[in-house]
Design a protein around this ligand. Structure first.
Ligand code: HEM
Length: 216
């Protein structure tokens, strides 16, 4: 894949990521015969929350899909996908605070402290902030090895996102179970991979003294 093709794919993915926002705006303004239904704020809250969660899971899927298919250029899309995940979750929070609660900060504080699914959602979005802020090349260079460790937070964040969803639907929606299954598969894949890497390093470390004892 050359630079121009990659640029083209990036533009297409960028436009595709904007579709849920554009569709929500079209329905909010009632363009054509569309609408957000009888409870527009709730509908907006739900669609932005779902899109945020979908984007989080798509971001998580990039590495396994790249490794299994050999499509290495996929990694060049991960940052954009992650930023869109943060964007949609932030819009979801804004819809809740601005349109649902009408900036009733005391109610928001009560919700965060007393409604467990909101506490969990808040934890997830707060944890996403450092990932979003440090996603530039400059920050990656500056943080060095710490960057990778920091960005592994994406796994617990996805788990919190799914718990947030599962908790409010009490697992009654099949979609909540599907999300739980998807996160479990991706987490399992990474854990197996980490275990294999550790075993490989251990074998290599055991090989070093053996080689020094028997020089060629
Ligand atoms: C990474 C962070 C978050 C993710 C991925 C996320 C995702 C979701 C999803 C998928 C839904 C369900 C949508 C549906 O039923 O179709 C939802 C609902 C909701 N979320 Fe979040 N959310 C996050 C953070 C937050 C935060 C920080 C708040 C508020 C402080 C919040 C408040 C709500 C509320 C009030 C609902 C609707 C509950 C209901 O229908 O009764 N979420 N969220």
């Amino acid at each position: 894949m050359n630079k121009r093709q990659l640029q083209g794919i990036k533009v297409i993915v960028f436009c595709a990521c904007l579709v849920p926002l554009a569709w929500a705006a079209i329905r909010a303004f009632g363009i054509g015969s569309t609408s957000l239904g009888p409870n527009p704020v709730q509908e907006l809250l739900h669609s932005m929350g779902k899109t945020g969660l979908n984007m989080l899971l798509i971001t998580l899927a990039v590495t396994p899909v790249r490794q299994l298919t050999g499509l290495n250029w996929l990694i060049r899309l991960r940052r954009m996908l992650g930023q869109f995940a943060f964007f949609y979750v932030a819009v979801h929070l804004l819809v809740y605070a601005l349109l649902d609660l009408r900036l009733a900060w005391d109610t928001l504080a009560v919700d965060i402290t007393q409604r467990p699914y909101i506490t969990v959602g808040m934890l997830a979005i707060v944890a996403l902030i450092p990932l979003s802020v440090t996603s530039t090349n400059a920050m990656q260079r500056r943080l060095g090895r710490k960057w990778k460790r920091l960005h592994q937070l994406i796994y617990p964040i996805a788990v919190l996102g799914v718990v947030h969803y599962y908790w409010q639907t009490r697992g009654e929606e099949s979609a909540a179970l599907t999300y739980t299954f998807a996160v479990a598969v991706m987490l399992g894949y990474r854990l197996v991979q980490a275990a294999e890497l550790r075993a490989k390093r251990k074998r290599a470390a055991q090989g070093v003294p053996h080689q020094t004892l028997n020089p060629p």
